[in-house]
Design a binder for this molecule. Structure first.
Ligand code: HEC
Length: 206
């Protein structure tokens, strides 16, 4: 083992340089990142998700939505994300300050959801879409999430939450489809996804 110390040094330097590159430098770049105040609204950005939306966040994770949806808008000139209306500006590290884990996503079988809360603010639309994507988006390859809904006999009064289904999706007479708490939480999370605040490092439209 004449070269023992040299070998050790080589291995040490390899591991040390990757630790510096993957841990120390990113920590120096992003470790001190904080929320910022949006001048027009006077509110901090980003806000943490809480209540129903934070429960919905766990459901988004548990149901594998990330396999088909990304949450990252590429800058103008690096693809057509902004033209498609997926975002009002590019995504930056500050957007993910409270996200643990971050749902960047790697596949876009479906559209990017970074700004879905602004693009599609209707609760009814989201509930019908989750119950069966064919209702709102004929030909969609997104799977239905019917287990987030309950089919039950209409009691004394129909539920105000019941989905308004017609045609081939209509429920048998005397029955109604109501969203479970999970469905409502998931929609609360989707509506909380808004990246419409202009930031110093990411002005709108860029
Ligand atoms: C197998 C892939 C797949 C999975 C898994 C999937 N989606 Fe989708 N999603 C799509 C496709 C394709 C579309 C576009 C057609 C449509 O609107 O249904 C879409 C559209 C959407 C839209 C409307 C986007 C827009 O811009 O109009 C929302 C919201 C959405 N999905 C939410 C979810 C949520 C929440 C989950 C997890 C519970 C999920 N998706 C799981 C494929 C998927």
């Amino acid at each position: 083992m004449k070269y023992g110390p040299l070998l050790f040094l080589g291995i040490f330097l390899t591991l040390a340089s990757s630790w510096v590159g993957l841990t120390v430098i990113p920590q120096m770049q992003f470790g001190g990142l904080q929320t910022t105040k949006i001048e027009e609204t006077g509110r901090d950005y980003p806000l943490n998700t809480w209540g129903a939306a934070s429960k919905g966040r766990e459901l988004y994770r548990a149901n594998g939505c990330i396999y088909c949806h990304s949450q990252q808008v590429r800058p103008q000139g690096f693809g057509a994300d902004i033209e498609r209306g997926w975002g009002t500006r590019r995504s930056v590290s500050r957007d993910y300050l409270y996200d643990k884990p971050v749902f960047l996503g790697t596949m876009r079988t479906g559209p990017d959801l970074t700004n879905i809360g602004q693009r599609q603010p209707s609760v009814d639309w989201h509930l019908s879409h989750l119950y069966d994507p064919q209702i709102t988006s004929k030909g969609s390859t997104m799977p239905p999430y019917r287990f987030l809904f309950e089919q039950r006999k209409i009691g004394a009064k129909p539920s105000p939450d019941a989905l308004k289904l017609t045609g081939e999706f209509a429920t048998p007479p005397g029955y109604e489809i109501v969203p479970t708490e999970n469905a409502k939480d998931l929609v609360a999370y989707l509506l909380s996804l808004r990246a419409d605040a202009a930031l110093l490092e990411a002005p709108l439209g860029k």
